[in-house]
Write a protein that binds this ligand. Structure first.
Ligand code: LLP
Length: 427
């Protein structure tokens, strides 16, 4: 479900035509639908309403201040992975006491900062990190709230680069070693054992891997509660979204409706009965589900060229703006922003201007006959889109706007050439 729709053959972001937005703000342009962000967050709230729970938005998926601020306004917590993300949460009006802090490589400075900010919990990933947190906290005369990230060694059945819960991955503490680690941690002077956490991967489209992981964890979590008085079980993020819409399969109706392979409701339907009896606060850390379908990347066609048999549509967005296709071979629906209905679809590669063969958005996809000057939209780009963008090839990063009904706000201005060289110097 989202609020990007075709009306009279034109693509709209909520109540504004995407072509108008591109005219006003230029391209490439990230466009977010505020209503979609809010509704997706609320779906989590509703799905978990029967439990003592907290929804902590995974900031890495989209860290724009306007997105964070929107969610903070709903009362969201946040899952951060760096002092930089924590800084953003505070700047955007988020509450640091609702933040979990994850990641395998927290520095002493980051730990110090997070303790000063009064975060809810560190999700700890190694013994060495536990010892460092204890010593930083002791130096400040406090105990730091901690949960250990358990690696449950289950297969999330997703892309290799975004699976995290097996012993092939760098994440967490091996399941079999956790109980002993809690014993050891309970004797560390600066540690307050507050919870336990798992996260098995991302873009997971079936409930079974989550269920397997939670079922495996239940006896351990019960034991940790009894022995150490932990108060929460954080079951991570990872619920996948629909990237390929109905339009691609030939129907004219591309509105996604409720036909997701996995929704917070179906996820909760399977997991809440397992979790209810624990008597713990349940934390979830969704990122992609909240913002993925709430954002698109609009781009303009620069050139159409044919080499050999292939038709290439060269657009002004590139892998530096949206790296997911290059990095994960991921699929993003490509829509025409303006009128192209009824025209014959042509097998097309949509590519960017960067000097790498990996700089593509699709290959041999049947698409309308785009011409120079046309505008197209890469759909479902709201998660891990702008946050993974870069200045590769010295390309200033795109502007970001947020639409709410008929109003639009520039929430990040387009970078300038001066932005590109900020902080650099020579003799
Ligand atoms: N919690 C932890 C500890 C995580 O590592 C992640 C994502 C999340 C929550 C949020 O997962 P989500 O609900 O968004 O699936 N760049 C990749 C995705 C990397 C995910 C990293 N961790 C992509 O574009 O597909």
């Amino acid at each position: 479900m989202h609020y990007f729709r075709i009306i009279d053959e034109e693509l709209y972001a909520e109540d504004i035509r995407v072509s108008e937005l591109v005219e006003e703000f230029g391209s490439p342009l990230y466009i977010y639908s505020r209503r979609t962000v809010e509704e997706h967050w609320l779906k989590w709230e509703q799905a978990l309403a029967d439990l003592d729970h907290r929804v902590c938005f995974a900031v890495k998926a989209n860290s724009n201040l306007a997105v964070i601020n929107t969610l903070a306004g709903l009362g969201s917590g946040f899952d951060v992975v760096s002092a930089g993300e924590l800084f953003r949460v505070k700047k955007a009006g988020g509450d640091s006491s609702l933040c979990t802090f994850a990641g395998v490589g927290k520095t002493a400075e980051e730990i110090e900062q997070a303790i000063s900010d009064g975060i809810y919990s560190f999700n700890v990933e190694s013994v060495a990190e536990l010892e460092l947190i204890s010593s930083v906290a002791t130096g400040k005369g406090v105990r730091a709230p901690v949960s250990v990230r358990v690696n449950p060694n289950v297969d999330a059945e997703t892309h290799g680069k975004i699976t995290t819960g097996t012993y092939e991955n760098k994440f967490g503490i091996a399941f079999e070693e956790v109980a002993a680690l809690y014993e050891r941690a309970s004797r560390m002077p600066g540690i307050w054992l507050r919870g336990v956490q798992i996260h098995i991967g991302s873009q997971i489209t079936a409930v079974r891997p989550f269920e397997d992981a939670v079922r495996k964890m239940l006896p351990l979590v019960t034991e940790l509660k009894a022995r150490h008085g932990i108060e929460f079980f954080d079951i991570g993020g990872g619920v996948g979204i629909v990237y390929q819409s109905a339009m691609a399969s030939g129907t004219s109706e591309w509105w996604l409706g409720e036909d997701k392979p996995l929704t917070p409701a179906s996820y909760a339907g399977a997991l809440v009965p397992l979790l209810r009896g624990l008597g713990l606060k349940i934390i979830v850390e969704p990122g992609r589900f909240i913002v993925g379908n709430a954002g698109i990347l609009a781009a303009k066609v620069l050139y159409v060229k044919k080499t050999g048999k292939k038709r290439f549509v060269v657009v002004d967005a590139a892998m530096n703006d949206l790296i997911r296709p290059a990095f994960y071979d991921s699929y993003h629906e490509i829509m025409s922003v303006g009128k192209k209905a009824g025209q014959e679809l042509l097998p097309t590669d949509v590519v960017g201007p960067i000097c790498e063969s990996g700089d593509f958005f699709c290959k041999n996809r049947p698409l309308p006959p785009f011409e120079s000057g046309d505008c197209l939209a890469l759909m479902s780009a709201g998660a891990y889109g702008f946050t993974m963008s870069s200045n590769y090839n010295s390309r200033p990063r795109a502007a970001e706007v947020m639409v709410s009904g008929k109003t639009v706000k520039l929430v990040r201005r387009r970078e300038s050439f001066d932005d590109l060289i900020r902080g650099e110097s020579f003799d």
